[in-house]
Design a protein around this ligand. Sequence first.
Ligand SMILES: Cc1ncc(C[n+]2csc(CCOP(=O)(O)OP(=O)(O)O)c2C)c(N)n1
Length: 166
Amino acid sequence: MVRKVNRPGSYQDSGLFGCLGVGLPFALSAKALNPDQTVLLLSGDGSMGFNFMEFDTAIRHRLPVIVVVNNDLAWGMIKHGNEITFGKDNKTGSELGLVRYDRMAMALGGYGELIRDPADIAGALQRAKAQNVPSCINVVTDTTVVSPGTTSLALLFLEALTEHKA
Ligand SMILES: Cc1ncc(C[n+]2csc(CCOP(=O)(O)OP(=O)(O)O)c2C)c(N)n1
């Protein structure tokens, strides 16, 4: 994949292996380098759990990034991939329940909101920006939506599995 970088110091890459959890550390370095710009991180709920304590780093270093969690209550890619490959009942260990990252942000001294209605997202973002502290907008999303990337990967895997069995 070719990516266009518009100016020096404006691109971060975690490498080839889809390294979950890099979002928050990357957002902090982006904010440290660009203090006058708004830095917004979009993260999965599972990914958020990897390095959430970096929220404390954000508070200590006064790096007011805004984190939006797409909270589908699961390791979504794994859950949906397993359902496609092994059938609807096979989602062992991939459901996370509702983790209150918004409250965790507040407990550390940041700002947080739990959002269930998409109509409330814009207002929450404005409030987070006005607070000017690290913020977490925890958005509960539709747990049934499957990413097209997940579907194609799972179908490839299923094909390989079927060929192996044949
Ligand atoms: C460090 C690391 N561990 C495990 C994986 C395997 N993995 C790929 S996608 C995924 C689930 C991600 O869940 P979430 O962040 O909630 O995003 P969603 O798929 O629900 O959008 C996992 C565990 C990975 N890519 N990187």
